[in-house]
Design a protein around this ligand. Structure first.
Ligand SMILES: [Zn+2]
Length: 418
């Protein structure tokens, strides 16, 4: 194998020990620390003490897909193109999911390593990410596998490079809205490491628990206890483990526990006439039960006749709007692809969310007071490694630096010690 690979302008050293990158969906800083304080996460406790523990910035919009793709490409959405779960496709004029691999504009770090001869394993909770993460990989035994716990029972050699996943993991197929969906990811990771010892493994969970349970609460601590047990096994197998999150999470409800929503489409309908502007919520995906499609980031397509500056002034007058920016400025500030964003970008404050029209959100599935993400207020995420690495003073760490830290910085420390 070559000593390093270069992809999207960054070089990564070929791993000597297996590298496991973990993206814990919605893991706001504090979850790990509270679980460690409660005494239920001894491995993570060791990481905080003797490994590397930092806080970095995720990508805005602080949503799942843009950040997972940033982590696995080492680049912001302006480079890889995935800026939401959902967008208005300028080619078709239709609102579509951004799950299709055709929307990803660059190669992943996995592909670069596979081309160099490394073995790859990618396990996600929800199937929506699998196509994007696996783009360009040759999926076959001994080369790479890519599957989701959601559809673990349907994994085939042809589609996923692996079959018999339920038997391998020894667990039943988990429900899509459950903590077990994420547990299955870790359990599969341990079994794969025991059996195949891939060189690069990526484990990506779902934020079902984080949407409902704040750091330090019993259910959250139980989740991190579960995770801790599996990570300890990977650590014992000699893996270099780097853990980060796709975004944080905040309470988004009022004193009575009701979602605190700014219904943007209703405002624009009042300002410009019904249906003249189009509000797009990039949090939208087929799995909205736990957040009602309510997040803190929206993009708005205006009719040609509208005065963007006047609309921005009106938006800034709304209580709970943290930022209202024209496309160009928003894309420069948040490193987003201009051709996939609307005329305006709106971000709400820490405890508020943005909706389209009140009549379009089904909130009947919200069994707990709303917690959600999407805004600047959910940008901070943990960056943890089970190795102590040097981080230059003043360096702004991003969640998409974790491959660099795990492959380059950790290897440099090992070389110096040898
Ligand atoms: Zn997420």
């Amino acid at each position: 194998m070559a000593a390093s690979v270069t992809v999207n302008g960054r070089s990564y050293r070929t791993p000597e020990a297996p590298v496991v990158i973990v993206c814990v969906d919605g893991s706001e800083p504090g979850y790990v620390e509270r679980a460690v304080e409660a005494g239920v996460a001894p491995f993570l406790g060791r990481v905080l003490k003797t490994g590397t523990a930092a806080v970095g910035d995720s990508v805005v919009p602080t949503f799942t897909n843009p950040n997972n793709l940033s982590i696995v490409t080492g680049a912001p959405p302006s480079v890889h193109g995935i800026c939401g779960n959902y967008f208005l496709d300028p080619e078709s004029g239709k609102e579509v999911m951004m799950n299709d691999a055709k929307f990803l504009r660059v190669d992943t770090i996995f592909k670069a390593f596979q081309d160099a001869g490394a073995r790859i394993a990618v396990v996600t909770a929800k199937d929506k990410l699998r196509g994007l993460l696996g783009k360009g990989l040759t999926l076959a035994p001994g080369r790479a596998c890519s599957f989701s716990s959601e559809k673990a029972d349907k994994a085939t050699l042809a589609e996923n490079g692996i079959d018999g996943v339920l038997q391998l993991v020894g667990k039943p197929l988990p429900g899509v809205y459950s903590a077990e969906l994420s547990e299955f990811v870790f359990a599969a990771g341990v079994k794969l490491m025991q059996r195949d010892r891939p060189d690069v493994m990526y484990l990506s969970t779902t934020d079902y628990i984080q949407h409902k349970h704040a750091p330090g609460t019993p259910v959250a601590n139980a989740f991190y206890k579960m995770m801790d047990g599996y990570l300890a096994q990977l650590d014992a197998m000699g893996c270099v483990i780097a853990l980060t999150a796709d975004h944080g999470m905040n309470a988004k409800h009022d004193a009575e526990g009701k979602p605190d929503v700014i219904y943007l489409q209703d405002h624009f309908d009042a300002w410009l006439g019904a249906g003249m502007a189009r509000v797009i919520l990039p949090i939208t995906d087929p799995y909205v039960v736990h957040h009602g499609a309510l997040g803190s980031f929206a993009t708005v397509y205006l009719p040609k006749s509208a005065d963007a500056a006047a609309m921005i002034a009106k938006l800034k007058g709304l209580d709970g709007v943290e930022a209202a920016l024209p496309r160009k400025e928003a894309c420069r500030r948040f490193e987003l692809p201009e051709d996939r964003m609307g005329d305006l970008v709106v971000v709400s404050t820490r405890h508020k969310v943005l909706g389209t029209a009140a009549s379009r959100h089904d909130l009947s599935g919200l069994t707990e007071p709303l917690r959600s993400h999407g805004g600047i207020s959910e940008q901070a995420v943990p960056i943890l490694l089970n190795r102590k690495v040097a981080i230059a003073a003043g360096r702004r760490l991003r969640n998409f630096d974790v491959f660099d830290l795990a492959l380059n910085a950790a290897a440099a420390v090992a070389r110096n010690a040898a």
